[in-house]
Design a protein around this ligand. Sequence first.
Ligand SMILES: *Cc1c(COP(=O)(O)O)cnc(C)c1O
Length: 468
Amino acid sequence: MRDTASPDASPLRLLPQVQRLMDSAEAATLVAAHGRAPVLKAVRDRLDDLRTRLRAGEADATAAAPAAILAAVAERLHGEAAPRLRRVINATGIVLHTNLGRAPLAAEAVAAVSEAATGYLNLEYDLEEGRRGSRTQGVTGLLCELTGAEAALVVNNNAAAVLLVLAALAVPGEAVVSRGELVEIGGSFRVPDVVAQSGARLVEVGTTNKTRISDYARAVGPDTRVLMKVHPSNYRIQGFTAAPERSELAALARAHGLVALEDLGSGSLIDLRSLGLPQEPTVQDSLAAGMDLVTCSGDKLLGGPQAGLILGRADLVARLKAHPLMRALRVDRMTLAALEATLKLYRDPERAVARIPALAMLAAPVAVLEDRAQRLRALLAGLPGLGAEVQSGTGFVGGGSLPGVELPTRVVALNTPTIESGDLARRLRRHRPAVVGRVKDGRLLLDLRTVADSELPEIAAACRAVLA
Ligand SMILES: *Cc1c(COP(=O)(O)O)cnc(C)c1O
């Protein structure tokens, strides 16, 4: 039985009533900003918490004062209202940083997303005919124009693209993959698992370092449906290696009525040598070599939104469109709008490099980065107790693209006598906008390849704030 006269019950009388708190002017302000239900819940939670702590003798009258309770409630609601997704200034130098959202969109793509998101649009409506139309026609037309593909299809991401192709074209039956290409991309995309998930049976051929066309040929049997080539993406096998030419794989597939599929991973539409990078097979290269279908990501080297592109033979694409998985993997209107605007820029490759942020960052010459680094150093020069020095450094493409390719860059190396570099890095990560760099040899390095000119004053302001 509850004994109201017991000594531990009395401190609870300090607590104000819920209604009294809700009737206050402070609560009215919070209700106007956040709505009544969240304020009521925060007040009740705070009172529950205080009740427990008063009983345990861990709180006193100060904490139970109405003003103190409402201040705590206001702080909680303020924290909850801030979006969890926050802007980050990427000073890692990794252009396609998967954890930071991969490719930032071109201004043209952002404008298209905004328009598509705001009102109604002809997403699946033919404005000429006044009846239902195709959802992806605008984008697929551009993809065919840019790559020479007969047909194209867009799905949620490249993982979805591979899954759909295998489910529609290799089931029931087998997909043949080289043991040198059974790759894992970022933990959740593993080629053997995706093949299994599609319902197809994986047939491994060759060895880790060498696979010949004769290995594929020996594996072809009555159940074979797809010969699959996978871009190793995030690793490179060097030395005593061999893989068949695409044209050999395509010819073998044709001879047996099979599908030659290539998962290109990053999937560039332009020759990367024009950016001063090593050559990578483009989508056009793969199709021209005779591959029946090619899949790639929209947000890696292409520099667009998250999407999976499927390009190639019209008869095969028609079968993919008719597959029941298609509905589950389809893209939304904002993705289509961003992709269309990004692809339009590729009509003029020079324009693409200038306007698509990922390409522009990859193409930025060291002289530009040096200039940007010197300007940041000058902005930081006035901050007391902060050492800032321009150094040469090395960046990476990221996103499982071009492994082992080092991008010469310039960094600003920060150090302070009072704050350890890991702590400085943490404080800058917590700032709004967050600034993310990397710690090396006791210094925090800010790589200027992935930083926009407009972000330099923001970095300086963040440093000033975290040093204060
Ligand atoms: C990145 C990658 C994928 C996964 O692409 P998402 O667009 O991230 O789903 C699949 N295959 C290869 C070879 C890749 O490089």
